[in-house]
Design a protein around this ligand. Sequence first.
Ligand SMILES: Nc1ncnc2c1ncn2[C@@H]1O[C@H](COP(=O)(O)OP(=O)(O)OP(=O)(O)O)[C@@H](O)[C@H]1O
Length: 470
Amino acid sequence: MSGSVLLVEDDRAIATVITAALEDEGFTLHHCESIAARDRVLAVHRFDAMLTDVVLGDGDGIASLDAVRAVDPDMPVIVLSAQNTLDTAVRASETQAFEYFPKPFDLDELVRAVKQAAGQRAGAEAAPVAEGDGMPLVGRSQAMQGVYRMITRVLRNDLTVLITGESGTGKELVAEAIHQLGARKSGPFVAVNTAAIPSELIESELFGHEKGAFTGAVAQAIGKFEQANGGTLFLDEIGDMPPEAQTRLLRALQSGRIRRVGGRQEIAVDVRIIAATNRDLAPMIAEGRFREDLFYRLNVVPIELPPLRERREDIEVLSQHFLNLAAEDGLPRRQITRDALGKLEQRRWRGNVRELRNVIYRLALLAREDVIDAEALDDIIGPERESSPTEQQLDFGGALQLWLTANHPPPGALYHNALAAFEKPLMEYALARTGGNQLRAAKLLGINRNTLRKRLGELAINADRFVRPV
Ligand SMILES: Nc1ncnc2c1ncn2[C@@H]1O[C@H](COP(=O)(O)OP(=O)(O)OP(=O)(O)O)[C@@H](O)[C@H]1O
């Protein structure tokens, strides 16, 4: 049996014996000798079970269990005690300790109890998250099983999660799953893509601002932290966060309170944070571009999403899943042959699951027959291009196709709505690049200033939003 066990015991002889016995059974042991050390390690690691002595140098192993429950309410705890009094036994059972062992104890019995405790936890946790069953994630590979296991570990607590993985591997979907399946599901899920917001606006976007905080702050605005109160805040592309915003975020995480830009009052927020990045943060920390202390605050529970090329066995179920979604989105219902799937399984998928989704939608839309075979696949998507993943994701036609299937504009409004969907981000980009200066934005776009002003009005874009704080 495998599993990880935290052993809190200041008697080294006993610790050595327990460690040896449990390691022989395949457990990984982490040993510490004090309550302070226990709490430090629990803040960053999660264990399948904990064994604790009662009388420790810096406190009482039972009386201090509340702190353990606060970070991990469901971890089975086995109490070991040399004070074989009824009082200790009663106190242990009052804390719902999994089991109580007076010293000296029978080592075999202890090993059996640990196996049972760790097994019970794994059983209780394995149940809620598996593919299907309200679980939006598809894939049965070993790698995805590991991801599901990690998700189950964070459903019944509010630990901060850092999701890493290449672009398009499903990081946002995992964040949504944690929210939907967890205790906060009735609260809001608010996603912020740090990379998509001009750096000058990030702080105001996250924390809100008071009226007059900077030029253009014409009214008070509530930030994403406050919007997510009682729910989950998903901070995507956290590696792109500018240094000042990192500092402010760290402060908010430490204190559970935020202050609006230009505001004096500290506001308490009850928000679970899930962050994600497709960048390797280690070199950024080394170069001083990402705060190490923030990294540790975020990386309490790391979840790593494997690239699609490392779980090719999932390509078949994912393809079927996306064919179904395409049909639900109003595209023709298609089937795909084993040969065609074989070809899909050989591709590199540098854009990961997002790229697969786009390809399947394109196939569903453009295939001439209901059954997509290898030949049809070659016809429609051709050989793999040598383009970078970014180019593949930014394939304009593909994105438009997805937009068209996801939005069903009323008849007669298709051209108008598609144009607005295209123009709005373009105008916003130009305004963000030029700090809200309409003259410069018009120049950047290569259009007349009056045309810009007219379109801003028609598209309900508030140019003031892009004015840089001074
Ligand atoms: N395991 C999966 N099962 C079903 N759909 C998936 C899975 N993984 C990803 N997807 C789909 O692939 C697309 C990309 O996923 P998502 O946006 O979550 O990726 P991401 O890692 O957050 O990307 P980025 O780093 O670019 O923000 C979405 O349409 C998502 O629904």
